[in-house]
Write a protein that binds this ligand. Structure first.
Ligand SMILES: Nc1ncnc2c1ncn2[C@@H]1O[C@H](COP(=O)(O)OP(=O)(O)OP(=O)(O)O)[C@@H](O)[C@H]1O
Length: 572
């Protein structure tokens, strides 16, 4: 018998006592208060608690302790998911407590209780899902956060600020205007108003746009209010009632914020300050939207907006959906030839052509009209009705080519512009991005060609980098041109080169072209030219018996042939 057999005999019939739930509790109580601990001491000292029980109770304690950790982990996982989603959609956020982006329209209903009618209106716009700026700006604005947003041209910023406003305004109240949207041009203000009308359908909300300063004076009782700063300033100055209404405004949105923040004669910085002071109620939420942001605007927002959340989509100052290229044209005549070549060799319509001045717009329009193509120009000399009519016809594709100045560079959504031509080089990177951004909108692709000449060199490299960063191919030598200083670029923007007359040099060019054609015809027709006919040839004199033939200089018979000079060596 070995020692195992002995142990079996001695312990026969013995069963180890079962652990009861009662006995487990004292271990749990180690997490209890100190008083309870004293009470439970007897249990802890109980020797009947086996080692194995100790381990299992330890596990319980650990699992209890781990519980809050796993909550944290869950939160971390969720955060990782959110970050992944943001990265996938190129959404970058800065600020505290930024809510998660929404992925679909349904989430607006489930998470934010947005009215069905508002969501229905989004679907009837034929939108299938939110664009990245909408994904992140909606939850922020629906939580009434102040926002600074920067998203590429044509990425749906208008709906990004309109939808939350509409959700909050809900139904009309006789309180005067409750939301103000500022835009830098009348065209843009009208476009926003049109989109707002579509999105508020069935809700009874009214959007008003002030066309003429005085006209708006007698009707400040709108629900929403889209305007340019000058017009609102006028109302604030002349009407006490408007001032009171402004104090209770619930939303103040600045579209194309960097344009409105510009100072100088084209900027609205001073007017904006007045409007911000007027809309000072405790409930106002302010937000700034633009495709391009300047350092100034960012700094201002950090200082003046409350707990501002910054949202940025994609790489700043790029147009990823536009295939961009450069074309060198040395002179006005060169540009004219290039545009004719483009038009002759096939171009995409609708096509927008940007020029520097309204004079150049008119002249270029006349030139292209001669080719019989449906082209118009649009500029500030025209009445508003005429401008609206032209924009409408361009949208309806009755006009194929629209020639415009910087006026149309920002914000205007012509729907489906396929080609942008910068006939005259833009004055700044910002201007380039907005001009080129008239195509490649709402997920569609577009093309942009920029003509450049030597005078545009201070900005050439920077524009080339915008192209490169947008994914277009640019020759390396342009990217490597010596960079111009910020001062030089600013000077370029302020004093753009005088580009002269669009048709300048055309006569010379035409003469040259005519001459070229003539020469070509001559060579094609062989000897049948006037110079080569028998009559035109000089008659040959018969040589005398001992006379040698003279050498003839082909270039000029009268000139003697000059002997070639030997190069002179310069020594010390
Ligand atoms: N969720 C969406 N799905 C599809 N299309 C959309 C969506 N939201 C907006 N759009 C469309 O995208 C186009 C561009 O929108 P919008 O004019 O608001 O662009 P933007 O970002 O303001 O451009 P810009 O900087 O040039 O002013 C419009 O035709 C609009 O109807």
């Amino acid at each position: 018998m070995n020692r195992h057999d002995w142990m079996r005999i001695l312990t026969k019939g013995y069963r180890p006592p079962k652990t009861t739930t009662k006995e487990k509790t004292p271990v749990k109580k180690t997490l209890a208060t100190p008083e309870e601990k004293i009470e439970s001491n007897s249990f802890e000292e109980d020797s009947s608690v086996s080692d194995s029980e100790d381990i299992s109770s330890q596990e319980i304690i650990e699992s209890k302790e781990r519980k809050p950790k796993s909550k944290e982990r869950l939160f971390q996982l969720k955060q990782e998911e959110i970050n992944h989603f943001r990265n996938k959609n190129h959404i970058y956020v800065y600020g505290s407590d930024i809510p998660a982006p929404v992925e679909c329209f349904e989430q607006l209903r489930t998470d934010f209780d947005v009215n069905d009618k508002v969501i229905k209106n989004l679907y009837s716009e034929k939108y299938l899902k939110p664009t990245p700026i909408q994904m992140q700006a909606w939850p922020l604005l629906l939580k009434r956060r102040e926002v600074l947003a920067c998203a590429p041209t044509g990425s749906g910023k208008t709906a990004a600020f309109l939808m939350p406003i509409i959700h909050y305004l809900k139904a009309p109240r006789r309180k005067g205007f409750r939301a103000i949207i500022l835009a830098p041009t009348r065209e843009l203000a009208k476009q926003i108003a049109r989109e707002s009308d579509r999105m508020t359908e069935g809700l009874g909300l009214k959007t008003n746009i002030i066309n003429k300063v005085r006209e708006s004076n007698n009707s400040p009782y709108f629900k929403k209010f889209v305007t340019t700063p000058n017009r609102l300033i006028y109302l604030l100055e002349v009407d006490e009632e408007v001032r009171k209404i402004a104090e209770n405004v619930e939303w103040l949105i600045v579209d194309e914020s960097d344009k409105l923040f510009e100072d100088g004669k084209n900027g609205f910085r001073d007017q904006l300050a007045t409007i911000f002071r007027a809309c000072c109620g405790p409930n106002v939420v302010r937000a700034m939207f633009s495709a391009t942001l300047s350092f100034d605007v960012e700094e201002w927002c950090k200082l003046n907006l409350y707990d501002v959340a910054t949202v940025s989509i994609g790489m700043r100052n790029t147009c990823p959906d536009v295939e961009q290229s450069l074309s060198f044209c040395a002179s006005n005549a060169g540009k004219m030839l290039e545009i004719h070549n483009l038009l002759r060799n096939g171009y995409e319509i609708p096509c927008l052509i940007f020029v520097q001045t309204k004079e150049r717009a008119k002249k270029l329009c006349e030139e292209i009209l001669l080719t019989g193509r449906p082209v118009r120009s649009i500029h500030s000399d025209m009445s508003q009705t005429k401008r609206d009519e032209i924009v409408k016809q361009f949208r309806q594709r009755k006009i194929w080519i629209l020639i415009c100045t910087e006026l149309m560079g920002r914000g205007i959504d012509f729907k489906g512009v396929n080609l942008v031509i910068n006939y005259d080089f833009p004055p700044s990177i910002i201007s380039y991005v907005h001009r080129v951004g008239r195509t490649g909108r709402a997920g569609k692709k577009g093309r942009a060609i920029t003509f450049w000449s030597m005078e545009d060199k201070p900005l050439l490299r920077n524009i080339a980098w915008v192209m490169k960063n947008s994914g277009s191919e640019v020759p390396d030598w342009i990217l490597n041109i010596k960079s111009s200083s910020q001062k030089e670029r600013k000077r370029f923007a302020k004093n753009v080169p005088d580009r002269g007359d669009v048709t300048e040099g055309m006569k010379d060019q035409l003469k040259k072209k005519k001459r070229k054609n003539e020469i070509k015809n001559q060579t094609d027709e062989g000897d049948l030219t006037e110079e080569n006919t028998e009559e035109s040839k000089p008659k040959k004199r018969k040589l005398k018996n001992d006379e040698k033939p003279k050498k003839i200089n082909k270039n000029n018979n009268n000139k003697k042939i000059k002997k070639k000079r030997k190069p002179v060596k310069v020594g010390r």
